[in-house]
Design a protein around this ligand. Structure first.
Ligand code: ZN
Length: 241
């Protein structure tokens, strides 16, 4: 059983297209929310995910774009982008986002955007926050996004967590014990590497392979500026920040 795990696509169609072209054969595609927000092609990204049969959860930007989540905590650029997105969404995209669960559970896997105990908002940024979440899900593995940083938090025998960075091209063993796994961001990486990030999760082998794919960043930036989205959001894609 092999899954592709994508998160934080943020309406970046050029990045998603590059990931789709790079994808090996997989049994399922899981998407960890923030499908829209920041980027210029929300409807096209949602249509692509529908065509892939993706199994998605709701992110804070997705909820805000359909007024399900209060965006008052968003910074001014994120807020401007969400207002633009809310206006840009077509009926199909709006209905798709409205259909997404906050938590998806299937077999050995739980999937959330933020964290198991606060699926929309909590950032799992430290071993302490990871450890505080072990009790909030009952599967062996949990997939999460939201921080845009590829990482595995593995449970230790004493109930704590230890972090393993998801470095480009590296495979992390997840064959034993519990783990929280973040594939990084397809559409707005923040680890200093502008290439789109995603994960291949081999549940049979117990392996998480962190992949990076270069995409046409300039094409997305042009689309953003043409749409009137904040220039700073376009600029950051060049640096992966
Ligand atoms: Zn995000």
């Amino acid at each position: 059983m092999r899954l592709a795990v994508l998160s934080d696509i943020h309406a970046n169609l050029a990045a998603l297209d590059a990931v789709r072209a790079d994808l090996p054969t997989v049994d399922e595609v899981w998407v960890l929310g923030d499908i829209v927000g920041y980027g210029p092609r929300p409807n096209e990204v949602i249509a692509a995910l529908q065509a892939m049969g993706a199994r998605s959860v709701l992110g804070n930007h997705d909820g805000a774009a359909i007024r399900l989540v209060d965006p008052s905590d968003f910074n001014p650029d994120a807020h401007a982008a969400i207002s633009w997105t809310a206006d840009a969404l077509d009926d199909n995209a709006r209905a798709y986002l409205a259909s997404l669960p906050e938590v998806r559970r299937d077999g050995a896997l739980t999937a959330v955007h933020g964290s198991p105990r606060d699926p929309i908002w909590e950032y799992i940024v430290s071993t302490a926050v990871a450890a505080a979440n072990w009790a909030a899900f009952d599967t062996r593995l949990c997939l999460f996004g939201h921080t845009h940083l590829p990482i595995v938090f593995a449970a230790t025998a004493d109930g704590d967590a230890h972090a393993v960075a998801g470095l480009p091209g590296e495979t992390v063993a997840i064959d034993e014990g519990r783990a929280l796994i973040n594939p990084g961001s397809v559409g707005q990486p923040r680890d200093g590497n502008p290439a789109a990030a995603y994960l291949i999760l081999d549940l049979t082998e117990g392996a998480a392979e962190f992949r990076r794919v270069r995409y046409d960043v300039a094409a997305t930036q042009r689309q953003m500026l043409d749409a009137g989205l904040p220039p700073r959001l376009a600029e950051r894609l060049s640096y992966g920040r």
